[in-house]
Design a protein around this ligand. Sequence first.
Ligand code: HY3
Length: 372
Amino acid sequence: MFNYLISSAADPYSSHQQLQIAEVKLTEMEMQLPPHEGDELSVVDMHTGGEPLRIIHSGYPEVKGDSVLSKRRYVREHLDHLRRVLMFEPRGHYDMYGALVVDSELPEADLGVLFMHNEGYSTMCGHAVIALGRFAVDYKLVKEPQSPETQVNIHCPCGLVKAFVEYSEGKTGGVRFLSVPAFTFATDVTVSLERFGDVTVDISYGGAFYAFVDAKRFGLDVTTSRTRDLVDAATAVTNAVKSQVKLYHPTSDDLAFLYGTILTDGKDDYSSDPTANMCVFAEAQVDRSPTGSGVTARVALQYHRGLIRLNQTRTFQSGATGSQFTGRAVEETKCGDFKAVVVEVSGRAFYTGVSRFVQEPEDKLTHGFLLK
Ligand SMILES: O=C(O)[C@H]1NCC[C@@H]1O
């Protein structure tokens, strides 16, 4: 669908003549696809704070459905094999993350998007929105970019997210976005974990639901402990909350599920120092970034607890890579009966490459596999 845009903006920033000549040759070589059957799948790869984003812009069959949420149901039921092809090995890996660009039913949206990961399809993804904002401007999915910021309206399954992309002299930079209404679902909920006993968690929504626990409860530190230990603790919390707490979202049942658990350093009182967290989502997948939807949910929780005021900016640091996002509540609002806030999250994404994936029918591993 976006093929013509890709070729007209194959390298938005290249100006050196020799480099351009080299790229023409590369492009010719790339045109020679190896033996394969079926459509190629074309992607642009980026990362935000270390978290990968594979943006799929062509090669998918028609995604049916009259809304982004119904398209999410459609891909889950009819096209899930393609998620495995693109997210799993040998083309991806256990912690790969994807975004499929789709049409939106909202006239104000510049694009719609479906998020995918190792277990299925998310409803919100902040690191992806930060990357997609840049992508949309660089690949001309929005008309007439504006300086100093270009607005890109991204229709996510959770709703319309407004991204603002720094744009100056033809170059894109950092991105901030305004979340859908974010709210605290419940505080101080005690759940029983087989291995760790009773644990008290908070549950908050930032386009997806997360459980929050201080990592110290498990004798862990989000920045120095072994990733495997953090994943085990967070996964035990996720499983317990899923089986012991019924979630509810005022606008759609499709949004009412626990996406993951975020372990924190417990530094929720306002400070100008960064606070670290580690998000384990989907099937024990580890976010390398500070988690945009998690920052949204955590800011809503801190606001609900009276620990921060409107427009007080906090810095959130990934326990995995040390990368940072900032977050602040900018407006009070409602989501059904829940008191909610709109949260602004800022970060920066970078390009890592482009790929055209193919499949050969004789390849028994072409459909994807995962090593845990
Ligand atoms: O930034 C985020 O919101 C996401 N990153 C991976 C898990 C979440 O969807």
